[in-house]
Design a protein around this ligand. Structure first.
Ligand SMILES: *Cc1c(COP(=O)(O)O)cnc(C)c1O
Length: 376
């Protein structure tokens, strides 16, 4: 909780849950990345929180951007960034979207299969392409599974095809899984990356860039290593696998840049026992999985929740959202300790909620409006 957010909430009169994001924290986080990874350019993963105020601040700080769609591209350009500062990182694009991005001046695209190379070659001839390789995501709380990235041994074939089609094979990207707790998670991916660089060199193709992806954590309930430790571990691995020929590097933090900058204020709607002897109470909030807390799926992300009664004794609770859908339960497998004195109408604060919340809110499921966001 920052003083600015506390002051803002004190004076807020509207009803209903809201997310408040403090731009000072985003600025500090950006400078933190610049310190922890001094030779690495930061591309903000816009999907984490595309609020125009955040994009404008980062554009002013000379940050670059990782986008996944045309509207994200337009939002970044509207915030004052130039197209050279954009990487189109989504490997799943319609040909019409690639053409539209190229028309807006974007020249760097991610690909992870031959069909996508063909599309980029047709729709954005001459562009630079980065091949995304698969990572297993172990050690992360929000793994990105097998949906993205080719097997590393296949990457050189894909990049060679790009070369044949007149594109510029530019590098390799990966994502070690979001909210990654293991600072060594980048090592294996960098070993694979170095082997792709070698395989391409043998075919006369010189790659220039490694995109180290995201994965840098926000601080939720579980403690996380410091950003400096990630920076040091990544630098060690780069030296280990590339020797003195360390390539150009970029990172694409989403959560790590905005996660801890936002706080959701919500309200207790109901506290229920399902039988008189029940020890675990059901606590229903006015926000749930459909209105910003989607990352509680599988209880993956465990947000710190503060109440006005945190000095009191606690007991385990099941926490759920307000909608009439049974998946709208936040924490049940691992009940959440909340004060026994907690009462209906109490305001609660859900911390580190700046990433993957406002944009993951439904438009009006069950009549609840989308999560309101204030960027201050
Ligand atoms: C979502 C995403 C990111 C950001 O990941 P975080 O774990 O939030 O830092 C980075 N790169 C790509 C390609 C992504 O899809």
């Amino acid at each position: 909780m920052t003083t600015r957010i506390r002051e803002f909430l004190k004076h807020r009169l509207q009803d209903g849950p809201c997310l408040v994001v403090d731009l000072d924290v985003v600025r500090d986080n950006y400078l933190g990345f610049a310190r922890a990874l001094p030779d690495t350019k930061v591309y903000y993963a816009v999907k984490a929180n595309p609020a125009p105020e955040i994009l404008r601040l980062l554009a002013e700080l000379r940050c670059c951007f990782d986008v996944a769609s045309i509207s994200e591209t337009e939002a970044v350009l509207a915030a004052g960034a130039t197209p050279e500062r954009i990487s189109y990182g989504n490997t799943i694009k319609k040909e019409s979207e690639i053409a539209a991005a190229a028309k807006l001046g974007v020249t760097l695209f991610a690909i992870d299969c031959e069909a996508e190379v063909e599309k980029v070659a047709r729709a954005a001839p001459g562009s630079r392409v980065i091949c995304r390789i698969h990572c297993d995501g172990s050690g992360s709380e929000w793994p990105l599974s097998r949906k993205f990235g080719c097997e590393p041994a296949y990457a050189a074939d894909i990049l060679e095809l790009a070369h044949k089609r007149g594109l510029a094979p530019y590098g390799v990207s990966f994502h070690v899984g979001s909210q990654q707790h293991n600072i060594e998670a980048w090592d294996r991916a960098l070993a694979s990356t170095a082997s792709v660089f070698r395989a391409c060199a043998e075919r006369g193709i010189t790659l220039a860039m490694v995109n180290l992806g995201g994965g840098f954590p926000a601080r939720y309930v579980r403690k996380t290593p410091k950003l400096e430790s990630y920076g040091k571990a990544i630098f060690r691995s780069l030296r280990k696998h590339f020797g003195n020929a360390v390539p150009e590097t970029i990172v694409e933090p989403g959560r790590g840049l905005v996660g801890n900058a936002g706080i959701i204020q919500a309200e207790v709607v109901l506290i229920a026992k399902r039988s008189p002897e029940d020890e675990v109470r059901w606590v229903y909030l006015d926000i749930g999985k459909f209105h910003g807390l989607a990352e509680t799926i599988d209880e993956s992300i465990r947000y710190p929740i503060r109440t006005p009664r945190d000095r009191d004794e606690t007991a385990p609770c099941i926490i759920a959202g307000p909608t009439c859908d049974s998946v709208d339960v936040l924490y049940e497998k691992t009940p959440y300790p909340l004060p026994v004195s907690l009462a209906i109408g109490d305001k609660v604060l859900i911390e580190a909620a700046g990433a993957y919340t406002a944009t993951c809110s439904s438009v009006g499921f069950n009549g609840y409006p989308p999560l309101r966001q204030y960027v201050i």
